[in-house]
Design a protein around this ligand. Structure first.
Ligand code: THU
Length: 127
């Protein structure tokens, strides 16, 4: 799984270069992998009306879902910064919808943190 996450991280880093982030300046990229080994990438897309911004993670997840792949097994997130960007609470809940035990790596220019969603979002809401 580490190798897979590290490959996803390379794609997430490439996706971060496509971020539209004129307001925060933080360029975030993400890549998800499905059980069928399909990969979808996303970046953050900001808006002058700030709350309309979409995070890189949800962008990638929604691409996978809209292409017909719901069984997401792993996600990588990269921010081109010396800060770390663990997935925000809203993104954690969206990720949990599709796999509460998803494998996660989030990384910045200096380090990578490996985790699972059930650790990052205990007690996720579900119906
Ligand atoms: N952002 C993400 O893309 N993912 C996260 O999990 C946290 C935040 C983006 C949203 C916004 O464009 C910028 O980072 C600063 O919040």
């Amino acid at each position: 799984m580490r190798e897979l996450l590290d490959e996803l991280l390379i794609l997430a880093k490439a996706a971060s270069k496509r971020a539209y982030a004129p307001y925060s300046g933080y360029h975030v990229g993400s890549a998800v992998m499905t059980a069928e080994r399909k990969v979808y990438t996303g970046c953050n897309v900001e808006n002058a009306s700030y709350s309309l911004t979409i995070c890189a993670e949800r962008n990638a997840v929604f691409k996978a879902i809209s292409e017909g792949y719901q069984d997401i097994i792993a996600i990588a997130i990269y921010v081109d910064s010396d800060r770390l960007f663990p997935p925000c609470g809203a993104c954690r809940q969206v990720l949990a919808e599709f796999n509460p035990k998803m494998e996660i790596v989030y990384a910045n220019q200096n380090e990578a943190i490996y985790n699972t969603l059930d650790i990052l979002l205990p007690g996720a809401f579900s119906l």
